[in-house]
Write a protein that binds this ligand. Structure first.
Ligand code: HEM
Length: 477
């Protein structure tokens, strides 16, 4: 009744719900993709739902991605949505805590440490980290066993990423205090912190203490480096320490520290959950793992010598395994923006008012049979017959941090599009390729007795991840 009486013909249809404030929070939260598709079938590509009292307008399809991800700065805003979650974790004066023009300059600073020039130097470091981890981890003692794969991949991810991005000093501290601080921060980086930022959760106090301590750790490392510590390799910290804003101001040490925390959080989850999904699929389809092994043998000549950045460019099946996994298991299912001005939706009489939040879900296209036949099937080989996704993203624009793909038209956008597009894509591909290559040469994986396929998705954290427990059986090669 409420919805019939208050339906506004000038606004997109509202998803039916019984409870006013709760709205569709539960159905969206439990399985956002099912929710998006069910609503699309009833209401079309544009509809509004209630998420804990907020009106969220979803706009699906290429037009929706274009509308939201490439919206004008004056109309659409990311920082007003995300900063309640990110500022207490990252710290002040970085990312969504600063005006967008300043953040775009900061993105430019980090881009240089994350992209092609630095990547070749990262490959041997990551390889050593991944191999040393496997050799030293008690869970891999003996010739076969069973492991909770997400736990293993989370550790391999943090060790491989931190060595290159966070620097050797942080890598050394990872075995003790730093890891605890990381977990305390991570506990404060949950949907509940986003939805109810004012709620005095007990973990928020631990988060705030950890944020201060971690900032201090970085500040001390920066100080030691500035006082003459030897620069024996490139890493993100060195790169930020040499960064200067357009107005001539060097990036202050506190901002560098906060940016390092931001990178730690941004990169860790998405790469870690992706590598877990890859391992789960390889365990469910061991024939693909065998093909990956054969690819190494035929391209690299053997599967035991160290490999280089150039070598991993020649492993198309690994690339397709990553692509296919990101299609089926995109770590980020919803991209949110605050509406700043009334926004008419072309071809309709609807206007999205400034009180609404906009939600883009480009990943729905990746899960649709219309664009990816037999979309539910994990089949890395499907990409052999398809254009490279990078070629689909033709339009480029400079938002202040170099040319960025605005190509919101693509049916495959796991890294987003427009000014907020991911700058970690190349780094993530290199990291995932190294980790997969090392795992493939060390192990054969299979599902535990009596299980088939892969576990369901747990959407309860900010990044979609495998539902735990998620065990696989391993056997040394
Ligand atoms: C932005 C996905 C890895 C840093 C984004 C966005 C997506 C995404 C979808 C757009 C968010 C939005 O528009 O609101 C992924 C995936 C990854 C990955 C799927 C790995 C598989 C990384 C890594 C880093 C990173 C490794 C850094 C070390 C960033 C940054 C942004 C971003 C700085 C920009 C946020 C903005 O401009 O608002 N990522 N990411 N990402 N990502 Fe990633």
């Amino acid at each position: 009744v409420q919805q019939v009486l208050f339906k506004n013909p000038n606004e997109p249809p509202v998803v039916f719900h019984w409870l006013p404030v709760v709205g569709s929070t539960m159905t969206y939260g439990i399985d956002p993709f099912k929710f998006f598709f069910d609503c699309q079938a009833k209401y079309g590509d544009v509809y509004t739902f209630i998420l804990l009292g907020r009106k969220v307008t979803v706009y699906l399809g290429s037009k929706g991605n274009q509308f939201i991800l490439n919206g004008k700065l004056k109309d659409i805003n990311a920082e007003e949505i995300y900063s309640v979650l990110t500022t207490p974790v990252f710290g002040k004066d970085v990312v969504y805590d600063v005006p967008i023009a300043k953040f775009m300059e900061q993105k430019k600073f980090i881009k240089s440490g994350l992209q092609s020039g630095a990547l070749p130097t990262y490959v041997p470091l990551m390889q050593d980290e991944a191999r040393d981890f496997i050799k030293g981890d008690l869970r891999f003692k003996g010739s076969c066993g069973t492991v909770q794969i997400p736990k293993v991949m989370a550790q391999i991810t943090i060790f491989t990423a931190s060595r290159c991005l966070q620097g050797i000093e942080v890598r050394r501290k990872l075995d003790n205090t730093f890891a605890d601080l990381y977990h305390a921060l991570d506990d404060g980086f949950q949907p509940i912190n986003f939805m109810l930022p004012w709620f005095p959760l007990p973990q928020n106090r631990r988060r705030d203490i950890a944020q201060k301590k971690m900032t201090q750790i970085y500040a001390d490392i920066i100080k030691a480096r500035r006082a003459g510590a030897e620069k024996d390799c490139e890493d993100m910290l060195w790169s930020l320490m040499g960064s200067v804003y357009k107005d001539g101001t060097p990036m202050p040490d506190s901002e560098i520290a906060h940016m390092m925390i931001a990178l730690l959080m941004a990169g860790q989850h998405s790469s870690s959950v992706t590598s877990s999904w890859i391992m789960l699929h390889l365990a469910a389809q061991p024939e693909i793992m065998e093909e990956l092994y054969q690819e190494q043998l035929s391209v690299l000549g053997d599967a035991s010598s160290p490999f280089t950045y150039e070598d991993i460019q020649k492993l198309p099946l690994v690339t397709n395994v990553i692509r296919e996994t990101l299609r089926l298991h995109p770590p980020i299912h919803s991209i949110l923006r605050k509406v700043k001005n009334p926004l008419p939706i072309e071809g309709t009489s609807w206007v999205v008012p400034p009180s609404h939040v906009l939600l883009a879900a480009p990943a729905t296209m990746g899960k649709s049979d219309e664009y990816f036949p037999n979309a539910d099937k994990w089949d890395p080989h499907r990409w052999e017959a398809m254009a490279d996704p990078a070629d689909q993203e033709k339009e480029k624009m400079d938002y202040g941090y170099g040319l960025v793909s605005t190509g919101a038209d693509s049916t495959y956008l796991p890294f987003g599009a427009g000014r907020h597009r991911c700058i970690g894509e190349q780094f993530a591909y290199v990291q995932l390729t190294v980790v997969v290559t090392v795992m493939v040469r060390e192990f054969k994986l299979k599902n535990v007795e009596g299980k088939s396929g892969v576990v369901a998705t747990d959407y309860s954290s900010l990044f979609s991840r495998p539902m735990e427990p998620a065990f696989v059986q391993w056997e040394s090669r």
